[in-house]
Design a protein around this ligand. Structure first.
Ligand code: BES
Ligand code: MN
Ligand code: MN
Length: 456
């Protein structure tokens, strides 16, 4: 790669300043009041991709937030890489826990601090700059398409339709994504698995109004008490999920593969220390890496009802709510799981309360083979820049569109993530080491090179 290191070194301040411009647009997809910011971010991306050398850049409206498309087609007979990323970010609350403002990026201790610094503006932007380098130095070895969406953090509700309607436009040989993590800063990783998701909200209703807890307490069902009992019965003493049929489609991973996974450089001690916990918790019979990588899980994401303001109010509430998410493994179907949940949750409720289950969003898991040219190309690219082999990892996170790409476009994705667990994505003080950002820009061009050579 001609002068790649020099190119990055002499342009890195500009790269960061550009990324900061994008970060300053508060593109929170889940909040109605940021609708205009979504368009602002999409327009910004469209213009930047054009500056970087892409053609046919457009902002395409959907029923939700817009998608940005751009491409550079050198020759239809060459292979085509489609770069996917998302410009939307998660909400930032609680604001008081941020050391610097979430949409005013700052560099401290060699890290970029801001919402979206890693997930996914920072990681996505590495691709823009890698493309800028390849294009401006006439080294682009294949066709490139960009598809950057604004609804990933809300489950990509319109992207399946978008892909179906634009099948021709999105035609490609492989999808390249940086929206995952590496095991550690010096351990390059290729994500070969993502979990699926079923996200529901439940509501329990007891009496038709809030009651005096002295006059009625003990005689009328308290929906919050009942909700807690119901939720705690969803897992058993071995932390297995008790929903009937929940594990039916879970593929058991053979011992040899589990032994392979156990070789990953993972330190349980450091993991506990980083989270300030005395012990971990999870399904009996599985290690921590296995619990997130190859097993499903169920978590209450929020629970509320009754009196939560300051001081005491003796009340027996009429309603109780919870948001519950289930992470699924490949081959579990999110819709089927949602139905099983609803059936089970309704069945275990006592007559003293009414139950409602609402589906919020979901998506399927993903599993990538490691015997493909894209895996080999990514692996070689990491070797070129890190000097060591990348480790395949099964991630606990979800990117629902990745399985949709496979289903609708028939194309596999290669997940080259440069994030770290310590980047605090979705949390206050999200950050992204400048080194990782630059290393990504350095590694991506090698992927293009190796992939194009292998496809010749
Ligand atoms: N980039 C993450 C997913 C991720 C992070 C995968 C790290 C692997 C390693 C993505 O933006 C995300 O947060 N996804 C959501 C999906 C959801 C909102 C539908 C998730 O996993 O909660
Ligand atoms: Mn992401
Ligand atoms: Mn995210």
């Amino acid at each position: 790669m001609k002068d790649l290191k020099n190119y990055i070194e002499s342009n890195k301040d500009r790269f960061l300043e550009e990324l900061f411009e994008l970060i300053r647009i508060p593109s929170i997809s889940s909040k109605e009041e940021h609708k205009d910011d979504m368009y602002k971010a999409a327009e910004w991306i469209k213009n930047k991709l054009t500056d970087d050398g892409a053609e046919n850049a457009e902002v395409i409206s959907t029923e939700g937030h817009p998608v940005v498309y751009a491409d550079k087609i050198l020759d239809p007979s060459l292979p085509t890489v489609l770069v996917y990323g998302h410009y939307d970010v998660q909400p930032v609350e609680p604001l008081e826990l941020w050391k610097s403002k979430p949409f005013e990026p700052e560099i401290r201790d060699g890290k970029i601090w801001a919402r979206g610094a890693d997930d996914d503006k920072g990681q996505m932007y590495m691709h823009f700059k890698a493309f800028e380098y390849l294009n401006s130095t006439n080294q682009l070895p294949c066709n490139v398409k960009f598809m950057i969406e604004g609804e990933e953090e809300i489950g990509s509700p319109n992207l399946g339709k978008f892909c179906q309607a634009n099948e021709d436009k999105l035609k490609c040989d492989v999808i390249l994504v940086s929206d995952t993590a590496m095991i550690a800063k010096d351990v390059p990783s290729i994500t070969t698995g993502l979990r699926g998701l079923s996200y529901v909200e439940v509501k329990l209703t007891g009496p038709n109004r809030d009651l005096h807890s002295g006059l009625f307490g003990g005689a009328v069902a308290n929906p919050i008490n009942i909700l807690c009992e119901m939720i705690s019965s969803l897992t058993d003493e071995n932390n297995k999920i008790t929903i009937d049929g929940f594990y039916d489609d879970v593929i058991e991973i053979p011992q040899n593969e589990r032994a392979e996974m156990a070789k990953a450089p993972f330190s349980l001690e450091n993991y506990k220390k980083a989270l300030d916990i005395e012990d971990v918790h999870g399904e009996k019979g599985f290690s921590t890496i296995e619990r997130t990588g190859i097993r499903p899980s169920l978590d209450v994401n929020g629970i509320w009802g009754g009196h939560t303001d300051k001081g005491a109010k003796t009340v027996l509430p009429s309603e109780a709510y919870a948001k519950i998410s289930m992470r699924l493994v490949p081959n579990q179907d999110s819709q089927k799981i949602t139905e099983l949940f609803e059936k089970h949750f309704t069945a275990i409720a006592p007559k003293s309360v009414k139950v409602e289950v609402d589906f919020l969003h979901g998506g399927e898991g993903y599993s990538a083979p490691s015997d493909t040219s894209e895996f080999q190309a990514a692996s070689k690219a990491f070797e070129d820049t890190f000097g060591k082999k990348a480790i395949p990892v099964k991630s606990g996170g979800s990117i629902p569109i990745i399985s949709l790409f496979e289903k609708v476009l028939g194309v596999k994705s290669i997940l080259m993530g440069f994030g770290l667990e310590s980047d605090a994505i979705h949390s206050p003080n999200e950050n992204y080491p400048v080194d990782n950002f630059l290393k990504g820009i350095e590694t991506i061009p090698y992927f293009y090179k190796h992939y194009s050579e292998m496809k010749k």
